[in-house]
Design a protein around this ligand. Structure first.
Ligand code: AMP
Ligand code: ZN
Length: 112
C-alpha cells in the first residue's frame, strides 16, 4: 500500500522518533505548528477516525496512554493539545490515522 505513514512505521522512510512500541510510533511533524509537535500513529493502517470500530479501538486508548507518557517524559507541564483531523474538510491530508500532539505555546479556541 502506498501510504507514507505505513512506510514511516516500517522504517522505510526516515523520521525523528520520540516514542515507539509494538503498536504505535510517535515522531516529529515535518512542518511543526508549535514548538513541540509530534504525530502519534498506530502501526496498523487505519485510514481515519471514521474507521474506528470495536475491532480496532483499543489502539486509540493506547495512543492516549502514550501521549500522557510523552508529556511526562518531555516535561509538557503547561499542557498540550491533541487533534485528529478526519476527512478533507477537517484538513486531513495523510489518510492514515494520526493524532497531532502539540505544546509549547498558547492555543486558540475554537481551532481554525
Ligand atoms: P493532517 O493534515 O492532519 O493529515 O496531518 C498530516 C501531517 O503530516 C502534517 O502536519 C504534515 O506536516 C505531516 N507530515 C507529512 N509527511 C510527513 C513526514 N514524512 N514526516 C513527518 N511528518 C509528515
Ligand atoms: Zn498507512
Amino acid at each position: 500500500m502506498d501510504c507514507i505513514f505505513c512506510k514511516i512505521a516500517a522504517g522505510e522512510i526516515p523520521s525523528t522518533k520520540v516514542y515507539e512500541d509494538d503498536k504505535v510510533i510517535a515522531f516529529n511533524d515535518l512542518d511543526p505548528q508549535a514548538p513541540f509537535h509530534v504525530l502519534i500513529i498506530p502501526k496498523e493502517h487505519i485510514a481515519s477516525a471514521a474507521q474506528i470500530d470495536e475491532s480496532n479501538s483499543a489502539v486509540v486508548a493506547h495512543i492516549f496512554e502514550v501521549a500522557a507518557k510523552i508529556a511526562s517524559e518531555q516535561g509538557l507541564s503547561d499542557g498540550f493539545r491533541i487533534v485528529s483531523n478526519c476527512g478533507e474538510s477537517a484538513g486531513q491530508t495523510v489518510m492514515h490515522l494520526h493524532f497531532h500532539m502539540m505544546a509549547g505555546r498558547d492555543f486558540g479556541w475554537p481551532a481554525g
